[in-house]
Design a protein around this ligand. Sequence first.
Ligand code: BTN
Length: 273
Amino acid sequence: MMPSTAAILDRLLAAPFVRHAEWHDTIASTNDRGNELARSAEIVTPLLILAGRQTAGRGRGGNQWWSDEGALTFSIVFDPERDVPGCGGHPLSQEQWPKVALAAGVALCDVLQARLPQVPCRLKWPNDVLLAGKKVAGILVEVPPPGNSVPRRLVLGMGVNVNNSLSAAPAEIQAIGAALCDVAGERCDGADLLIDWLGDFAERLRALSAGDDDLVERWQLLCALRGKTIELQSGNRIVRGSCRGIDAAGALLVDTDSGLERLFAGVLVRVAE
Ligand code: BTN
């Protein structure tokens, strides 16, 4: 028997990091909902917003995020200054915020790798997670504008292909995307995955606020582009070169003909071996 939504929410409320949770069978976008709630002084954070289906899911750069039933789609609204567990007086400063997506990606790699130790799981800078070389998840972190008497908040949205098998998807989708159930060869419990991710993410946020080197080492190790020749669109420039990984500030390092470039934003247009 499938557990009820109420039973799943109860488990999630007992999970690390979460203090409030809401479920939507169908919603336009959990990030839109997160941005709306982030404006209210009344909400309890960290707040988890989960959806069975999104009708207008959003990805980075204004892209659409489309996912079938069985995907894990959620957003978490949190106060980077107060909600980081065990931060011992080191709240996440504003310059750390761009690294939150990397911390979330590292945490997802950790939990996927624990389930599938033989299958490589990597971070594709800045916000994708790859399983066996194909995109299994995307992350979208947004910073709602500051409001009067409302704490600063971040909205972190994640879409993970868990039980939305891509086996019947068009070949062009199968060539670039992966679903956990297809790679594992069986259905996976999305709530278990989310609970594990929440625990790992909370620990990674704590490490970020404390400036722990092991988090930086981990994202450097997991960088799927390291050692590859890449081409990125950065503003109105194309940057070409050999990727040297992701540095402590979260920048992608690219060794170009004119020297080492550190990129904080960009769209990958080509990857060669
Ligand atoms: C990307 O790959 O560009 C990021 C995709 C992020 C998708 C998730 S699904 C849950 C949350 N709600 C949204 O509208 N987007 C994020």
